[in-house]
Design a protein. Structure first.
Length: 204
């Protein structure tokens, strides 16, 4: 017969599997997993800690973007943005060294030591629209659309680099991931239409 501890761990494993293998502590507890069971499984190597309070079931493959998944579990009111969004959309040759997230102005910056993050604050008009949901390892992750991300890169070009923004624009248009009209719509919202327009005209 299985012990009560084994039964608890088996039930916890089922909870993680039903949630794509990754859960925050609070999410696991809300679904009936006792904190002692979580910590026991962590200490036994059955759970891997991706970030503080975010665990992955070790018997399942890691998500393709474990850092992105871990951060978004901890920042449910954020959206993947800028270079991280370009990477998810296949619109950059840059290798992200941080997870770039957007927050609406007025939201307190999350305290996350690992993975490293960069936070970009946006107005309500810029933040609340243009959000896609990508499935990463069974996890739904909010990420800005290709067209909006290109415009955002021009808006924040002093932080991400003008070359990154120009490369993203060219690739988005070339691959038809975003139309010039869509990019310009977001550029107007971001108040960078005058900056973006010459680069788009050069491609036509």
């Amino acid at each position: 017969m299985r012990s009560l501890q084994e039964e608890a761990e088996r039930a916890a494993e089922g909870v993680f599997r039903r949630n794509g293998g990754v859960l925050r502590t609070s999410g696991a507890i809300a679904q009936g997993v006792h904190p002692r069971t979580l910590y026991r499984m962590r200490d036994a190597g059955l759970l891997e800690q991706l970030s503080r309070g975010v665990y992955h079931l070790a018997s399942l493959p890691l998500p393709e973007q474990p850092d992105v998944v871990a951060v978004m579990k901890r920042v449910p009111n954020g959206v993947v943005a800028l270079v991280s969004a370009l990477d998810l959309h296949g619109l950059t040759t840059q290798v992200p060294h941080t997870v770039d997230i957007a927050l609406e102005r007025g939201i307190k910056r999350p305290r996350i030591d690992y993975p490293p993050i960069r936070v970009f604050y946006m107005s309500p008009a810029s933040f609340r629209d243009g959000v896609d949901e990508l499935q990463i390892g069974g996890q739904g992750v909010p990420v800005f659309s290709p067209g909006k991300t290109v415009a955002d890169c021009f808006k924040f070009r002093s932080r991400v680099g003008q070359d990154v923004a120009v490369e993203a624009l060219r690739e988005a248009v070339r691959s038809r991931r975003a139309s010039p009209a869509e990019i310009m719509r977001w550029a107007r919202i971001d108040r960078v239409a005058a900056v973006v327009r010459p680069y788009l005209e050069a491609l036509q």
